[in-house]
Design a protein around this ligand. Structure first.
Ligand code: MMA
Ligand code: CA
Length: 237
């Protein structure tokens, strides 16, 4: 009886053992350890995803903050520029610049825009220096002609019967000087034929005499009273 009992026990034990080794029998389901591991892995992935999400949010927030700060500084700068101006009205056009912050190019009302400048044709006549003073009081100077295109643009809106002082004068010995220190470039001069013709005439007008076929420069006396053209850089906002 005793021995039989032992046999059954050992048999039972054998059975259990064989099931552990036998490859044909279905493997015991990998329970608790695997579940815990996958749970751990899942929480790690979740943590990484959350970190990435948080980082992206931080980057996005920083970019928005920088953009907002830039826009605000630009607004303050524009306000300061406008406060400095003496003009009550500006006329602006949007210009296509992807790189620059400032997208509006403006000229005061009654000024004509061309390229990067604004032009004002005086309504009254004055000596060369008084004319320059008047331009200066408006934050401008007498027109400096840098190209034929620029002169062509202005002459199209000038009156042929009138002569206009420009920012070119001679302090003596035919040393032509532009009012804004632009170097006098002999290859970009538009003197009327035969001009300049008189060392006593030290200031320059842009005119279209009946006797001449086109607009050009003439040296005249600086104390002559003439109309004039003022020029200033465009205002960018
Ligand atoms: C003439 C001619 C010019 C001169 C002016 C002065 C009308 O043009 O001689 O060269 O500057 O007179 O008024
Ligand atoms: Ca002359």
């Amino acid at each position: 009886m005793f021995s039989e009992n032992i046999y059954i026990n050992s048999n039972f034990k054998n059975k259990t053992d064989s099931s552990d080794i036998n490859p044909d029998s279905p493997p015991a389901p990998p329970k608790k350890t695997t579940t815990r591991e996958s749970c751990h892995r899942f929480s790690r992935v979740l943590f990484i995803l959350f970190t990435i999400y948080f980082l992206l949010l931080t980057i996005l927030f920083s970019i928005s903050l920088i953009t907002l700060f830039k826009k605000y500084s630009q607004l303050l700068e524009e306000k300061a520029i406008i406060k400095e101006l003496n003009y009550t009205r500006l006329e602006c056009t949007k210009w296509h610049s992807l790189l620059k912050d400032k997208v509006w190019s403006c000229c005061p009302k009654d000024w004509e825009p061309f390229s990067s400048h604004c032009y004002f044709i005086s309504t009254d006549s004055a000596s060369w220096s008084k004319s320059e003073e008047k331009c200066s009081s408006m934050g401008a100077h007498l027109m400096v002609v840098r190209s034929w295109e620029e002169q062509d643009f202005i002459t199209k809106i000038l009156n042929r019967k009138t002569a206009y002082f420009i920012g070119l004068s001679d302090p003596g010995h035919r040393q032509w000087q532009w009012v804004d220190q632009t170097p006098y470039n002999k290859s970009a001069t538009f003197w009327q034929p035969g001009e300049p013709n008189n060392e006593q005439e030290q200031c320059v007008v842009l005119s279209h005499p009946y006797t001449r076929s086109s607009w050009g420069w003439n040296d005249i006396s600086c104390s002559d009273k003439q109309k004039s053209v003022c020029q200033m850089k465009k205002i960018y906002l």
